[in-house]
Design a binder for this molecule. Structure first.
Ligand SMILES: CC(C)(COP(=O)(O)OP(=O)(O)OC[C@H]1O[C@@H](n2cnc3c(N)ncnc32)[C@H](O)[C@@H]1OP(=O)(O)O)[C@@H](O)C(=O)NCCC(=O)NCCS
Length: 167
């Protein structure tokens, strides 16, 4: 299992629902598949073995946000962790790549994306990556606002990629 120390506390979304963030497991596959379909279209099917692999690999942190007493999964965040070791330079740089941040359409604008990002930042504070990369269209206002709301700021940008940081 990936090493993930998450705060146990819950917060209350603007809707009044209780939101809890926890590490994902293979058992969350069906909910994850629905989330990916919400973003990528009904034609997309999440590969079960890949999902299982990222939930257990040290190279990934996968978080899910559950809502209310039913613990329905409303959102997820997937972070790829990579270490770049350059022997001649004697350097080791860890990178976090926020590969996916998805909230189900019916749960959007209730603070769930913000909450997931804050947990990603808590993990980053513990594991100290040199930087966090996100792949996101510059025109994706919801994503940009959500990054900002979590305290992340733009360091550099290319056509479809921002480098963001936290202080
Ligand atoms: C981006 C996404 C994860 C945001 O999730 P969310 O739960 O709706 O976000 P939150 O409710 O936490 O909103 C966080 C902030 O962004 C703002 N925001 C969110 N969606 C917005 C929108 N469509 N337009 C303007 N502002 C928006 C909120 O008002 C909030 O700002 P505030 O803290 O100043 O009030 C969600 O829209 C989504 O799943 N989009 C599709 C997938 C995607 O594009 N992911 C990002 C790229 S990987």
């Amino acid at each position: 299992m990936p090493v993930l120390e998450l705060p146990a506390e819950t917060t209350v979304a603007a809707s009044g629902d209780t939101v809890t963030v926890r590490a994902a497991s293979a058992a969350d596959y069906d909910a994850a598949n629905i989330l990916f379909k919400a973003q990528l279209g009904d034609g997309f099917t999440l590969d079960y073995e890949l999902w299982q692999a990222i939930c257990t690999a040290d190279s990934h942190h996968v978080l899910v946000a559950t809502v209310g007493d039913s613990n329905e999964i409303a959102g997820l965040a997937v972070v790829i962790v990579s270490d770049r070791i350059r022997l001649a330079h004697g350097t080791r740089r860890r990178r976090f790549h926020l590969d996916h941040l998805i909230v189900l359409p019916t749960f959007r604008r209730h603070g769930i994306g913000n909450r997931l990002l804050k947990e990603v930042i808590a993990v980053a504070e513990a594991q100290k990556p040199s930087y966090i990369i996100v792949n996101c269209e510059f025109t994706n206002v919801a994503a940009r606002k959500t990054y900002e709301s979590a305290g992340l700021y733009l360091v550099r940008q290319a056509s479809d990629r921002f480098e963001i940081a936290f202080s």
